[in-house]
Design a protein around this ligand. Structure first.
Ligand SMILES: Nc1ncnc2c1ncn2[C@@H]1O[C@H](COP(=O)(O)OP(=O)(O)OP(=O)(O)O)[C@@H](O)[C@H]1O
Ligand SMILES: [Mg+2]
Length: 261
């Protein structure tokens, strides 16, 4: 199963990925996390790795090389959603070279690539690599790939969600986040992917939870469950340390059970 975690910037996508990876492991799944966010670097330390893996972009010759291939494909009249950069027809996590995939506690981490320098150009090559990787990755029934998307909805423009089995949206208690959840549902369905619903995150009170639930219900967004506001998550993120928050993990177990059902 390939699951994309989307949502507004700062809503808690990476936090949810970490909690979800642990919960899927707890249910006996083999978990691979794909860090597809070209800006933020937090995921590797949240997951407890000392350093991030080498980017998939480098395994394809680097961003400039991918850019050059894209320009060549465009000049041949290819459209971006059909464009192919990888030579292989099928990709397995097991076939990735050491360094490009790291593993700890049964959870594997891969990353597409990050923006490092001013004027290095846009993040389009990252989107192309992520999309094709997700399209071609071959999984056994017991394997789960969790994709940490960049904030917002730009990735829908690249059709990345067309290659996954489920899209889950993280919603924090804000009007903007609710609006984005509604848009994400619409965009997911327009590419024929399965929108599974929203995870409410950073919920500090039952009153806020009730308002959030009502507003999401009004826009037809199903709710998978709630992760409450936990000071321990803020503390771990302040230190840049592994996210190990048992109360949040327990909340996520119920959500993943729903996703697996
Ligand atoms: N359940 C929670 N309780 C308290 N704080 C939280 C919770 N979830 C996330 N946070 C806080 O919100 C911040 C942003 O979380 P996170 O980095 O997971 O969001 P994101 O959606 O991945 O952000 P970005 O869009 O920048 O990638 C964290 O630094 C953390 O302090
Ligand atoms: Mg993030």
């Amino acid at each position: 199963m390939k699951v994309c975690i989307c949502g507004k910037g700062g809503s808690g996508k990476s936090t949810i990925i970490k909690l979800m990876a642990d919960a899927f492991r707890g249910y006996g799944k083999e978990v691979t996390v794909l860090d597809s966010d070209e800006s933020n670097t937090s995921l590797y330390w949240m997951l407890g790795f000392e350093r991030p893996p080498q980017p998939l972009m480098d395994s394809l010759g680097g961003k400039k090389s991918v850019q050059a291939k894209m320009i060549e494909r465009f000049s041949r009249g290819e459209n971006e959603p059909e464009m192919s950069i990888w030579q292989q027809d099928l990709i397995s996590p097991d076939l990735l070279r050491p360094g490009f995939i790291v593993e700890k506690g049964g959870i594997r981490l891969i990353q597409t690539g990050k923006i490092h320098q001013a004027l290095e150009g846009c993040a389009c090559p990252m989107g192309v690599v992520t999309r094709e990787f997700l399209k071609k990755i071959e999984l056994s029934p017991n394997e789960v790939v969790l994709v940490d998307m960049d904030a917002g909805i730009e990735h829908f423009g690249r059709g990345i969600e067309a290659s996954v089995d489920a899209v889950v949206c993280v919603v924090e208690p804000s009007f903007e986040s609710i609006n984005m959840a509604s848009k994400i549902k619409e965009l997911t369905q327009s590419v024929g992917a399965s929108f599974r619903g929203a995870i409410l995150n950073k919920v500090a009170s039952s009153e806020h939870e009730a308002v959030l639930s009502e507003k999401l219900n009004d826009v037809g967004v199903p709710i998978l469950g709630t992760i409450h506001y936990h000071g321990e998550i803020v503390a771990a993120c302040l230190e840049g340390g592994v996210l190990d928050v048992p109360r949040a993990s327990t909340e996520m177990e119920g959500i993943v059970k729903t996703l697996l059902s």
